[in-house]
Design a protein around this ligand. Sequence first.
Ligand SMILES: Nc1ncnc2c1ncn2[C@@H]1O[C@H](COP(=O)(O)OP(=O)(O)O)[C@@H](O)[C@H]1O
Ligand SMILES: [Mg+2]
Length: 353
Amino acid sequence: MEQNQPNVKMDFPSYKNYKESSKQPFHTAFFENHPDVVCLLSKQKKVQLFNQVAERVTGYIAREITHQSFNEMVDKETRFLFSRGFEKALNGETTEQQMKIKTKSGDMVHLHAKLFPAKGETGVEGVFLVARDNKAEQEKNETALIAAGAAHEIKNQLTTLKGFTKLIQNGSENKDEHCNIIMSELERMEYILEVIGSSARPLTFEFKEEQIEDVIEGVLDLLRKECETYQVQVTTEIESNLPYVEIDEKRLKQVFINILKNAMEAMVMGGHVHINVTKNDSEILIAFKDNGCGIPDSHLHQIGKPFYTTKEKGTGLGLLISKMIIEAHKGKMAITSKEGEGTTITISLPVSR
Ligand SMILES: Nc1ncnc2c1ncn2[C@@H]1O[C@H](COP(=O)(O)OP(=O)(O)O)[C@@H](O)[C@H]1O
Ligand SMILES: [Mg+2]
């Protein structure tokens, strides 16, 4: 469809003449500095041009991939879709599609790709693929969401702070109590700002090989008092001979504390948390199972979204930051819950090799 064509007329010289073409430096600079993945593919799907972003996203360098079949890089699941878009481009059409690409290291990246004809002196001579890494886009959206939520949250807190300050100015009798409220609101604001800071610039980590049971014991020591206050009994079952894991101990402790505090807050009448640590071939699994209030099915998908909280003094940031920390360890965090029965949070961490 002619009206779907991008607004750029490339006037591309045929490949035969490309190297000698006077347009080559202009085109090369354009491809190389393009902020998206840009590939030019021959009619046989062989890579002709592969820009720097394509190198960064796929892990291949242009020199090794040029003249190789691009098809091999496309995951089987999306290969058919890709071939169809490719054929359409050869027929002069532009299509957009989601693609999965296998990187050199074997990871999978999700791309949003546009395929369109590369027209040269003799008509369509190949296909351009311009693509964007979905993850980068998703991360950008998440940061924007956190920033918007934080602005809203902080505005509400400022209203509270102003209100209580006014009461004190007017000679309130509960001055101490009001000061305490102001202080706790300020602390909450401080925490929120810390989290926004870490979502805008990456958290820094110091990884070291550690034993996970030492980390868990350290956390339980820290929380001994809270456990008494909430009347929560914590039991542990830790498989023997666990391999070492490469972790940032301080950050991981932060995650375990978040999870255990959530469990305690879900058990107003006291209760039980069981921590079970097991291993399989490649990872260590840490499950925190509580018999607290649980989460209704209809709310489960909200958990871990920025500022989702059901607590009067909650921030709704604990699980979000925990997930960020676990992902930085190349691990995963999962939650299962049944209303009225309890919640289990499972963390998997890759073992050191
Ligand atoms: N163990 C749990 N049992 C029941 N609900 C939980 C549990 N952990 C988390 N939640 C729910 O998830 C929400 C978000 O948790 P979190 O991100 O730590 O923020 P916050 O604790 O500040 O509310 C909580 O408000 C609560 O509704
Ligand atoms: Mg919490």
